[in-house]
Design a protein around this ligand. Structure first.
Ligand SMILES: C[S@@+](CC[C@H](N)C(=O)[O-])C[C@H]1O[C@@H](n2cnc3c(N)ncnc32)[C@H](O)[C@@H]1O
Ligand SMILES: [Zn+2]
Length: 292
């Protein structure tokens, strides 16, 4: 079966979780080609095997090079401790057995975090899992659909997701923007949200090399906003350093918007290093729905 038919068949199996992003009506998959809602809004499934519900191409500045660089860096294990922690936290939260657990990565980029996290979680667990990756960037979702294993990939705005109320058991939101009202609408009653937010020391070596400013300027604590919406179940500060060799420095530079405004000479001189020790510094927040 080709990629489009395989993805369309997976979407068809789970079509009851979808709703029209324009009018909120239920949607069904027609001829393994497109979704159509009761009010006849239609969204095609792309050849590469993803659903696009966004009418206009997005203004998101992330391009193919950035997503490829993120994929290469992540494949080298740079985010492995983060992915392991997210997986462990999900296991500790106790995922429901006897039903398919739906894990939505909101702002999934090129999708490899979701793929590795579901794979780790699945291994030897006997759980039935469905990964759903959503991003406003078509470039990111195209890369995800091309490279990753069975999951539903969708170009959509996380502020207006094409999924029904309470259809998601776990929302991952890794280094991406959020819309908490929408997350609450999507989450099942005993579902959880796992959010990773960069802290002051995150990629500080790049900040230092490009701007002489090692620490990220501190704004108000983003966790306060999270806690206003969700019942905080756990909060962990994750900090580690990884040594990257010369070949990995260029993808590191390309994978982050930190390099967008840096002087070319500074970027070139950083890229010439033999190796660099790079800090990952994140706040991992886990929340559930507040009691009404
Ligand atoms: C820094 S990247 C992180 C991507 C991925 N989670 C990772 O860690 O590699 C932020 C992502 O958020 C996505 N994004 C920004 N605004 C969005 C929106 N309104 N809806 C969905 N995705 C959005 C971008 O396209 C980008 O892929
Ligand atoms: Zn509709």
């Amino acid at each position: 079966m080709n990629k489009k038919l395989k993805s369309a068949a997976l979407m068809k199996r789970h079509e009851t979780m979808f709703q029209c992003p324009l009018c909120s009506a239920d949607m069904t998959v027609i001829d393994l080609k497109s979704f159509i809602c009761r009010n006849r809004h239609t969204f095609d499934i792309a050849k590469a095997g993803y659903l696009n519900v966004v009418q206009h191409s997005s203004a998101v500045k992330y391009d193919k090079d950035l997503f490829e660089a993120r994929r290469a860096i992540a494949a080298g294990g740079f985010f492995e401790p983060l992915e392991r922690m997210v997986t462990d936290r999900m296991k500790q939260a106790g995922l429901p057995s006897g039903k398919t657990v739906t894990i939505l990565d909101a702002g999934c980029g090129e999708g490899s975090h979701l793929a590795r996290i579901t794979e780790k979680l699945q291994s030897g667990s006997g759980l039935s899992l469905l990964g759903v990756g959503m991003d406003l960037s078509k470039t990111g979702i195209l890369a995800a659909a091309k490279h990753e294993r069975e999951a539903i990939w969708c170009v959509a705005d996380l502020a207006n997701a094409p999924f029904r109320n309470r259809s998601i058991d776990v929302i991952l939101n890794i280094l991406s923007p959020s819309n908490y009202a929408e997350f609450k609408r999507l989450l099942s009653d005993d579902g959880i949200v796992i959010k990773a937010i960069p802290k002051g020391g995150h990629l500080k070596e790049l900040r230092e090399a490009f701007y002489d400013a090692p620490e990220k300027p501190s704004r108000s604590d983003p966790a306060d906003r999270f806690c206003a919406h969700f019942d905080l179940k756990d909060r962990t500060e994750l900090i580690y350093r990884t040594v990257l060799d010369r070949q990995q420095l260029l993808p590191l530079i390309k994978m982050t918007p930190l390099s967008w405004n840096a002087e070319k000479e500074r970027i070139a001189s950083f890229a010439k290093k033999e190796s660099a020790s790079i800090t990952v510094h994140l706040d991992i927040l886990i929340g559930g729905k507040k009691a009404e």
